[in-house]
Design a protein around this ligand. Structure first.
Ligand code: FES
Length: 235
């Protein structure tokens, strides 16, 4: 199983290293090479570097307020709150023209903003649904069945990874360290969201209390026994 996964990851890394417009320096590309998020930009009608993009007048006020938290010679420190604001303004995702607008505000080269936007998975660089569902892709969760959970979601919604459903409601992506669910539960969550209900926060596994082990605490319940010692004098 691991050799198949390794081969898949290698393909993804090769794709990452064949950029159109690189969005990150080689160092940060290496750091992200195990994520499926693209580290390069491909022009599309709704995502072009030269497309006009500006903060709205109301958000410009917010930009000024954010910038006032930083000394004038450290404007670049505002990159994350500004990207967050731009993403909110743009319906939950960041076109490259919005990143360029942020670069202008903080007076850095656009690549400095791209590096941040490509590193943090909270920034979406393609359109996402109203509910963007993320499945953990790291080894412990793979062993616990995260691939089956993702398959159940994609099948139920009729989309591929990072595609948005026709009604714009859902998209499915990958990230690390999410709460534990099952293929059945994940479909139930989707249907709750569709009905406008709020799924409970925290673990979705009824056999766990918060982040405790499934089935309750199983260790350190009895008397602690000291480790066995050899009677060295008897040797
Ligand atoms: S490894 Fe998947 S939630 Fe932490």
């Amino acid at each position: 199983m691991f050799s198949r996964l390794a081969a898949k990851r290698l393909l993804e890394i090769r794709r990452v290293l064949r950029p159109s417009l690189p969005l990150s320096s080689p160092a940060s590309t290496a750091a992200r090479s195990f994520s499926t998020a693209l580290n390069y930009h491909i022009d599309s009608p709704d995502n072009k570097p030269d497309a006009p993009w500006e903060f709205t007048a109301a958000n410009m006020e917010r930009v000024k307020e954010i910038m006032s938290h930083y000394p004038s010679n450290y404007k670049q420190s505002a990159v994350i709150p500004l990207l967050d604001l731009a993403q909110q303004q743009h319906g939950g995702w960041l076109p490259v023209s919005a990143m360029n607008a942020v670069a202008k505000v903080i007076e850095v080269a656009p690549i400095r903003v791209y590096e941040v936007a490509t590193f943090y998975s909270m920034f979406n660089r393609t359109k996402v649904g109203k509910y963007h569902l993320l499945v953990c892709g790291t080894t412990p969760c793979m062993i616990r069945g995260s691939r089956e959970i993702e398959e159940a979601l994609l099948k139920h919604l009729g989309v591929k990874r990072n595609e948005v459903t026709k009604d714009g409601m859902f998209s499915v992506g990958e990230m690390e360290c999410m709460e534990d669910v099952t293929p059945k539960r994940v479909v139930e969550i989707v249907e709750m969201l569709r009905r406008g209900e709020k799924p409970p926060v925290g673990t979705q596994n009824p056999n766990r209390i918060r982040s405790g082990p499934e089935g309750g605490n199983l260790t350190l319940l009895g008397e602690c026994k000291p480790p066995p010692c050899r009677d060295l004098d008897a040797c």
